[in-house]
Design a protein around this ligand. Structure first.
Ligand SMILES: O=C(O)[C@]1(O)C=C(c2cccc(Sc3ccccc3)c2)[C@@H](O)[C@H](O)C1
Length: 167
């Protein structure tokens, strides 16, 4: 069974590197995703990426990681294709961090360990950004390290996958 990491980025992160570089740096999301894919591959682990500005689409993608949801199985009754198992989710929920019980519920519901990433230090920003609906349930939280936070998170996730495989 091929195991993989699912990297999810939430609202406005498609603008990473293009807006507010003094807070989020100049690295684009495409560059972050390519680096993460390459880093995971160096561990022999697949990495899939998903970015959406829509809470429900993120909930759907999280459910799909567990084999549930609208795209889980073919409608014609054919055997669902063997999908590589998502072993770990790395997620930067963006503003949904502070607002979305639905994303929290989806992550808890699929029972897949997740790592929460924030490019900025959310604890040193506006009060409304100081609370996360996810952190108390995350396997790990990385924030304030810029886009290196994704590197640290993927490293942690890849090591978890390899431990699962007994490597
Ligand atoms: O630091 C982060 O990674 C964070 O998750 C990321 C966020 C984020 C992500 C993308 C854009 C913006 S703000 C923005 C919106 C439009 C254009 C430029 C910047 C904030 C914040 O909403 C969160 O509070 C913190």
């Amino acid at each position: 069974m091929t195991r993989r990491i699912l990297l999810i980025n939430g609202p406005n992160l498609n603008l990473l590197g293009r807006r507010e570089p003094h807070i989020y740096g100049k690295t684009t999301l495409a560059e972050v995703e390519e680096q993460a894919r390459s880093q995971a591959a160096s561990h022999g682990v697949e990495l899939e990426t998903f970015q959406s500005n829509h809470e429900g689409a993120i909930v759907d993608r999280i459910q799909e990681a567990a084999g549930w949801g609208p795209n889980a199985a073919p409608k014609d009754g054919a055997a669902a294709q063997e999908q590589p198992k998502v072993s770990v989710i790395v997620i930067n929920p963006g503003a949904l961090t502070h607002t979305s019980v639905a994303v929290r519920d989806a992550l808890l519901g699929v029972d897949i360990p997740f790592v929460e990433v924030h490019v900025s230090n959310i604890h040193a920003r506006e009060p409304f950004r100081n609370h996360s609906h996810l952190s108390d349930k995350a396997a790990a939280v990385v924030c304030g390290m810029g886009v290196y936070g994704y590197t640290a998170a993927v490293e942690f996730a890849a090591r978890h996958v390899r431990a699962e495989d007994g490597k």
